[in-house]
Design a protein around this ligand. Structure first.
Ligand code: GRF
Length: 187
């Protein structure tokens, strides 16, 4: 199997990055993580790139041409697919048109419910019975591209933002690899 060269974009803890790196070591897993992009200098997730000797780029999003810099680096590392994993910036239309359908994201809700930030707070506020995560293709609108997979759980009465996060992330570590396998199944 020829594995696809993938770049993971992060902003924070990078636990999905860590999980994808681990899974990508499996013989049959269709991708290898060749590059990491991060927009936060002190993001913990960068350490997973470091300890796994994966090249990474920390970008300064205050600079106007930062997306061009990313594109140049993606070319240099022969990246053909992007996984967003907690990346807190919106990618421009121009950037996405260079990549087409080759960008996916994971979101901690059952989309189309609760797009954007503060998902767990909203889930509690609206007294949802179930919640979960969604992996979807990225388009130029927030959390709204074609859905690839969702995983759900049912809420208990005692649920808090903290327990929701733990339960959701546990499902994310299954959903993201599954979605990636399904995208590349026939390629
Ligand atoms: C995940 O919960 C993901 O759904 C959201 O951001 C979080 C990133 O967590 N988009 P981590 O940095 O992978 O630990």
């Amino acid at each position: 199997m020829v594995k696809k060269n993938v770049c993971v974009f992060i902003s924070g803890t990078g636990s999905n990055l860590k999980n994808l790196i681990k899974r990508s070591r499996e013989y049959n897993f269709p991708i290898k993580i060749k590059f990491v992009v991060c927009n936060k200098e002190n993001a913990l997730g960068i350490n997973y790139a470091r300890i796994n000797s994966i090249p990474y780029l920390v970008i300064d999003t205050k600079k106007r041409s930062y997306e061009n810099l990313i594109l140049l680096n993606l070319k240099k590392h022969k990246i053909s697919f992007i996984c967003l994993a907690g990346y807190m910036k919106i990618l421009s239309k121009k950037f996405l048109s260079s990549f087409g359908k080759r960008v996916v994201n994971i979101h901690p809700s059952l989309l189309p419910k609760f797009k954007g930030l503060n998902t767990f707070r909203k889930v509690l506020k609206y007294k949802e019975k179930k919640s979960g995560c969604t992996v979807h293709f990225v388009d130029d609108k927030l959390d709204s591209g074609k859905i690839i997979t969702k995983k759900k759980f049912f809420l208990k009465d005692s649920e808090s933002e903290r327990t929701l996060k733990i339960k959701t992330q546990k499902l994310e570590y299954l959903a993201y690899p599954e979605a990636i396998i399904s995208i590349f199944r026939y390629s």
